[in-house]
Design a protein around this ligand. Sequence first.
Ligand code: T1G
Length: 678
Amino acid sequence: MTSPIRTERHDDVLVIISDNPPVNALGHKVRQGLKDGIEQALSDDSVKAVVIRCDGRTFFAGADITEFGKPPVGPNLPETLDEMEASDKPVVAAIHGTALGGGCEVALACHYRVAVPSAKMGLPEVKLGLIPGAAGTQRLPRVVGVENALPMVVQGNPITAKKALEIGLLDQIVGEDSLEADAIAFARAQIGKPVKRSSEGTAQQDGVKNPGLFDEFRAKNARRIRGVHAPEAGIQAVQAATRLNYADGVKKERELFVELMSGTQSAAMRHYFFAERAANKIDDIDPQTKTIEIAKVGVIGAGTMGGGIAMNFLSAGIPITILEMKQDALDRGTGVIRKNYERTAARGRMKPEQVDQAMGLLTTTLDYADLADCDLVIEAVYESMEVKIDVFGKLDEVVKQGAILASNTSYLNVDEIAQATKRPGYVLGLHFFSPANIMKLLEIVRGAETRDDVLMTAMKLAKKIGKVAVVSGVCHGFIGNRMLSPRQVQANALLMEGAKYWEVDDVLLEFGFPMGPFQMADLAGIDIGWHRDPSKVTNIREALCAADRFGQKNGKGFYDYDEARNRTPSDEVQSIIADFARKEGHEQREISTDEIRERLLYPMVNEGAMILDEGMAQRASDIDVVWINGYGWPLTTGGPMFWADTVGLDVVLAGLEKHGLPVSDYLRRKAEAGERFN
Ligand code: T1G
């Protein structure tokens, strides 16, 4: 079996080259090849210097994540890197693409590091619930100092080659197209000089200079690392670099790494890494299917959703024409788009000229005829089937043949909408989540007649506009909202039975959600869809509206809000609820947090099981991707279906039965067979 690693001689310099697509992951064959190449270089006196580089699109992008959780095979990376670093012959890392995780650690163990201007370097292990495990937390602070090392390890974001040069992680930025030659020249220039070993540096002074550094960092990042294990471990590992010698620091890193690797949070986050990528794949369509070129997009409706949807395309450089019924709605909508961009620019996340660039791609119209040459039109009008059928009828008449017509509906039947046109094969749902220019999730709703090329086009376009897309079948609420519904039903039932609304919210906050159902209701607005008749009270929301409690928008909903939008539970609301429950004849009782959590989350898992059984989602991990990206399900538990696997489907089944809740045949079958969803 050929090794993914080969060596090439350039006179007195040996170049070790990895060719392990797609990202030169450091699988066992690569590690073996690297070790053999290093030993070849060290044992050959005619070799005076070494360059390590990779073919393909990137320098090593980390350990091979598919190997995690399996018995280790082949040489381990830390020892191979120590052997390399111990050499007296200069070893130079020649970096392009993204030197990430173990890849960045290979570079750190080299004596020198050069990169092309477009390269990036980082230690993203924390995003997998881990920390670097090949001495990255010990070498990096010794090279760039603790203040630069901490955010790289604890937040896991890559830095540019320019930034890496500034902080001393790179020794030189070389020509974009002359990496190998420049790296060889750089290596040759080091021959005969004492080599620079990262592990021989010291980070002690950082710890002494500012002993409060680590606690300050913890405090500044408290919200982000609440309940997540890896970031704290990363802080401790970097702190060890300031307190211990290198060997003991590496031992501390190894201890922390092994503990994280064996934990459920890392298993969940690694599951999500592959789940997000699997969601791009449509199992029954040839990946080579030719897609439709989308050069111009139309959006119907310049409201919150239409404007947000339009921004996704404008930001990706795709021209947009927005249609509205009235000029003042158009002006308002485009004004909001510009304001959103200007706010982003004010935060330094966009250059002012980029605002003008994006706005320059936006045209507006009151006339459907102006949409005739669009390749895709997305309808984002009022959530009424009647209105949507009318809009699609008009679009079908006007927009060129072969163009895609998409609905942003959150619930409605996309097949029924498709039947309102003569082109049902070109109709699908593109369900964006509000705010559409921010939320990553896009549900692509596949109609019964949606063509394969149309679906593949939508999936490819989703990636282009930076969305995480999941294909859903046509059912009420698709995947996300369909599973939200049983949770809402239980949340209201729990109030009727005596649970305090803040207790219900607190259970989900504790679980890791950004907010609970009643906090969400206050944010969205309790009065949405209210009939405005205070004398007509048939549910709790109407009772609150009747008491002028509309949510955050008027300072009081389930909670009372101060100017800073801090929320406090309201006695008035609790008595409104208790009165309403009494009138409805409900007995009130104390309800445990376990019961609240089980009744909120297990019915969601059951709905997910039905979605799978009906083929409305391609795979269980797609459901996890939906809930993590669309509703804030905590990444550290991997999503509802992965979490249910962790809890045990037998436990979920028993819980549903204990609370008298429905159990789908699919869930029962899986539970009784001792199977998992993922
Ligand atoms: N291991 C295995 N497979 C990987 C992989 C990895 N590290 N990285 C990517 N892939 C697969 C991915 O599943 C997909 O497969 C294909 O490559 C293209 O990826 C020892 C312990 C490099 C920025 O966390 O961030 O090192 O779907 O679609 O958008 O201390 O991949 O085609 O079958 O993402 O161009 C640390 C993870 C590991 C980097 C490229 N490294 N990868 O993005 O392509 S832990 C990471 C990425 C570690 C050390 C520790 C991105 C990318 P398929 P893609 P992309």
